[in-house]
Every structure is written in structure tokens, then in C-alpha cells.
Design a protein around this ligand. Structure first.
Ligand code: GLN
Length: 508
């Protein structure tokens, strides 16, 4: 079975199974994440836990750090035992179970939930990323970068819908419903991957699975030991510089909640709340079940059906949710006046989905520099985004109680940040898949995500100092620091271009 036979947009059709699976998983991850800090700092009377911002930022840092640390383990387990496909299925179900635990709203179940998501993501994330690269072999090798860019659009379509839907529902209606919604979609994603995986042929199977299907083993040439060692060094350098990127990147998201400080929340309590929740769950669970069934039915045929049925699902579930909310809002007279704070984060995924096709075309046709130059450009663009924030917030005096900044600068910042991300993050995935020795593919993706683990943990630490720095110096100083750090890192990496070219041995 050659998975390259059928193509959509020039890519193997199996890419789109990965696209949607990743989309649903990221929906749950970013949807839940958008709520986490707000939920923790919201006063108990409004259904939150009443934590201080510093404590919340600290837990957020641990959580988003650990989520990206476990891929090292998950990648290794898939390489050695499970194979990447089984790891993706298992990971998906563990994550869904994690979201289900969050629904219970007790501290114990909450931490159990977070731990399950952390463990599940470790199984899921490196291995789905590894499968993408395996769809590109000799004949379609030139499409690899563009394939990862498409996959990355899936990541951000998920983030987009997740932040909007979970954010809205969590903030405006009930925290646990926002968390629960994330779980429903993860479950869907895991089921549809499980049902759809036939399309991959032998890709992503473990050794014992391949033996059982009597596959003729294609012997993948392992390069000489010194080349392998050099390439792993190149992976380590890319990963190291990426720490600076995500570390700075996360500061933007963290500070958004400050600008959105005027957000108001109304949680329903009492009988009205209970009625609301019951109607809401019925209206959610029933369509989800019907639509999952529909997905399976439609999927029985071709990859095109698969594409169509997933798109339908997005549109249908989105419409149903919008209708339900609109209806309930009128009935229960919920406050509609303010934009949920979580919605600020959506600018990033919005720009990403819009800009990705242009970047993919640019690499393909107009400008295709070496990896270190692309990475360096990404870091510089990120710094420019922070310069916009530093300028925009320069009128805010030190220690100001409420901070506001013109939307123009926020939008400009996210625009530059996203262009930077496109130069670095999907390109990074593609480089890992090219540089990694095939035997260690999962592990190398785990190593790649380690950069985000470190960056997020560090960002959690700085996050708890945001207030302190902006009180003592100014908000603008805070952003200026994050203008300088990534630009300097970017320049250093570009200067390492020649050295990196040697370590990569012909891969570019
Ligand atoms: N937005 C990307 C994703 O979630 C970020 C990944 C990363 O390495 N930080 O897939």
C-alpha cells in the first residue's frame, strides 16, 4: 500500500487525517489552557479558586512546561514498543479522560485531570508530528516543508476554535463546561483517528505490528555514526535557540490578561444555573453523538469524504453551539456586553491560518534560505513584535493600576509574532524529521518539544514577575527586555549558519 497514491492539494491524502486529529487535540489543549489562569484567579463567589496571579502563573508554568516535557518519554515509548499510531490513539484517549476529570471541579480531580493531560500529550504530540514526515519520501520530498506548514495550520485551526468556544463558554457560562467542551472534541478526534488510520498503510506501525502484517521490511539506510551524531547536535542547537522564541512568545499571551483586566464574568447560580446546565448538556451531547455517527458513516469511502465530513463537523458543531448559546442567553438574560479576555489569544492562530499558505509558497518559490537563517529571521520578527508593544505601552506610567493599550499595537504585535512563528515552528518540525535518525524519530521530536517545556516553565517564572517589573520600572521596560532577547538570539544563530551547515551534512 503506497500512501502517496491519492493526493489532495498535491499532498498525500493521509496528511489530512493527521491535520484533523491534531486540530481536535489542539482544540482541547488551547481551549482549556485559555481558561486555566482566569479560572484560578477568579474569586470563589464566581466559581473560580481565588488564587493570586503569581500562584496561578506558577501552576500554569508547571502545567504548560510538563505537557511539553513528557513527549521525550512518549516519543521513546513509541520508538521502542508501541509504534507511533498506537501511541497517538492511546494518548488521545488519556487526554480526553483528563478533561473529563476536570469537570468534577474538586481539587483532587482537577490535579488528576491535569496529570492525565500531561501524560496523554506526551504520547500524542511527538508521535503525530513524526508520522507527518514519514508521508514524504523520495518522490515528494520537496513538499515536506509545505506539508508541515499545512499540518501547522491544523494546529492553529484547533487553537482558534478552542480558544473561542471553550473561552467563551468557560468565562461566560461555567468554567467546568468550558473544560468539558475541550474533552468532547478530544474524544471525537481520537475516535476519528482510530477509525481512519487504515489510510496510513504501514506507516507508524511498531516492529511487531509490521511483522504480524508480513510487510516486506524496507531497509532504511542509517547514515554513518559521526553523521548521526553531528545531526543530533544540529537538532540540539535548533532546539536551544527555540527556547528563546517560545519564552518571549509566551510573555505576550501572559500580559494580555492584564490588558483585558476590565473583563466581567457572570456565573449562573441556583436553579437557573442548574436548568441551564441540563439543557446545555443535552443540547451538546446529543448532536455530538449524532455527528460522530455521521462522521463514521461518511468516512467509509474516500479521503475526500473524510475531509468533507470533518469540515461539516466543524461547521455543524460550531453552529449548534452558537444557536444554543444564543437561545439560552436570551432565556437566561446573560451578560453579553464584554469580549471575553480569552479571545485576545485567538489573534495568533487567526493570523497563522491566514498567513501560512503565503509562507509555504514563499519557501517553495521565492525565498528558501537555510534553516538557521529562517530560525534567526523568526526570532528577529518576534522581537519586532515586542517593540510594537513597548512603544504602545510607553505612555503607561510605572505602577499603573489599570493598563490599557491601543488594539492597534496588540494586533501589530501578534502579526509580527505569527510571521516569526511561521519561520521557525513548522520549519523546525520539518528539520527534525529530516535530521533525526529513523530509529529515534519519536525521541528526537520529544527532544524538540523539550525546548517548549523549558521555555514555558521559564515564562511561568517571569509571568509571576510581570506585576513587579511594571510597578518598579514600567510595562514598556518589560516589553523592551523581550525585544532585545530574541533579536540577539536570532543574530547569533544566523552567525552560526556555516557551522550548522557542516553539522547537517547535506540537509538543507
Ligand atoms: N503552536 C504550536 C503547537 O501547539 C507550538 C508548539 C511548540 O513547539 N511550542 O503545536
Amino acid at each position: 500500500q503506497n500512501p502517496g497514491v491519492n493526493t489532495i492539494l498535491g499532498h498525500p491524502d493521509s496528511l489530512f487525517v493527521l491535520f484533523f486529529t491534531e486540530m481536535w487535540e489542539r482544540f482541547s489543549y488551547y481551549g482549556m489552557r485559555a481558561l486555566l489562569v482566569l479560572f484560578l484567579v477568579t474569586e470563589t463567589a464566581k466559581g473560580g479558586w481565588g488564587w493570586t496571579r503569581a500562584d496561578a502563573a506558577n501552576l500554569y508554568g508547571w502545567y504548560t512546561g510538563l505537557v511539553y516535557l513528557t513527549p521525550i518519554i512518549g516519543g521513546y515509548i513509541a520508538d521502542k514498543f508501541l509504534g507511533s499510531r498506537r501511541a497517538v490513539v492511546l494518548g488521545g484517549f488519556i487526554i480526553a479522560a483528563g478533561h473529563a476529570s476536570l469537570l468534577f471541579d474538586t481539587p483532587t480531580m482537577f490535579y488528576v485531570g491535569l496529570s492525565l493531560i500531561v501524560a496523554g500529550t506526551g504520547m500524542f504530540k511527538p508521535n503525530i508530528s513524526a508520522i507527518v514526515g514519514q508521508l514524504y519520501t523520495k518522490d515528494n520530498e520537496h513538499l515536506r516543508d509545505s506539508g508541515y506548514t499545512l499540518f501547522y495550520m491544523g494546529v492553529n485551526s484547533g487553537a482558534f476554535f478552542g480558544i473561542l468556544l471553550c473561552g467563551y463558554i468557560g468565562e461566560k457560562i461555567s468554567w467546568s463546561y468550558g473544560f468539558g467542551l475541550a474533552g468532547i472534541f478530544m474524544l471525537l478526534g481520537a475516535i476519528q483517528f482510530y477509525l481512519g488510520q487504515g489510510i496510513f498503510g504501514n506507516i507508524g506501525l511498531s516492529k511487531d505490528q509490521r511483522a504480524a502484517t508480513n510487510t516486506v521490511e524496507v531497509v532504511v539506510e542509517e547514515p554513518a555514526a559521526n553523521i548521526v551524531a553531528d545531526r543530533i547536535k544540529a537538532i540540539a542547537v535548533f532546539s536551544f535557540f527555540t527556547i528563546f522564541f517560545w519564552f518571549a512568545f509566551e510573555q505576550a499571551g501572559g500580559s494580555m490578561t492584564i490588558f483585558a483586566a476590565d473583563y466581567t464574568d457572570r456565573n449562573l447560580v441556583g436553579t437557573a444555573g442548574t436548568t441551564f446546565k441540563i439543557i446545555n448538556s443535552l443540547m451538546t451531547v446529543i448532536p455530538t453523538m449524532i455527528l460522530s455517527w455521521l462522521l463514521v458513516k461518511l468516512f467509509a469511502g474516500t479521503a475526500k469524504n473524510y475531509l468533507v465530513s470533518n469540515l461539516l463537523l466543524v461547521v455543524c458543531l460550531g453552529t449548534i453551539w452558537a444557536l444554543v448559546l444564543w437561545m439560552l442567553q436570551r432565556e437566561f438574560a446573560l451578560d453579553q456586553s464584554s469580549v471575553p479576555a480569552t479571545w485576545f489569544g485567538v489573534l495568533n492562530s487567526f493570523f497563522l491560518v491566514i498567513l501560512a499558505p503565503m509562507f509555504s509558497k514563499m519557501w517553495d518559490k521565492y525565498w528558501d534560505p537555510s534553516g538557521p537563517v529562517k530560525f534567526g529571521t523568526g526570532l528577529v520578527l518576534l522581537g519586532i513584535g515586542f517593540a510594537a508593544l513597548a512603544y504602545g505601552s510607553s505612555t503607561i506610567p510605572a505602577g499603573a493600576k489599570t493598563a490599557s493599550i491601543s488594539m492597534v499595537y496588540l494586533i501589530l504585535a501578534y502579526f509580527f509574532h505569527t510571521m516569526g512563528e511561521l519561520c521557525l515552528s513548522p520549519v523546525g518540525l520539518s528539520y527534525i524529521s529530516k535530521l533525526a535518525p529513523p530509529r529515534l524519530l519519536g525521541l528526537m521530536f520529544g527532544l524538540w518539544f523539550l525546548n517548549t517545556a523549558i521555555a514555558n516553565k521559564l515564562a511561568g517564572l517571569t509571568g509571576s514577575y510581570i506585576d513587579e517589573i511594571s510597578n518598579t520600572y514600567s510595562m514598556s521596560t518589560f516589553f523592551l527586555i523581550f525585544t532585545i532577547i530574541p533579536i540577539s538570539a536570532g543574530i547569533v544563530l544566523m552567525l552560526m549558519n556555516k557551522w550548522m551547515a557542516k553539522k547537517m551534512h547535506g540537509i538543507n
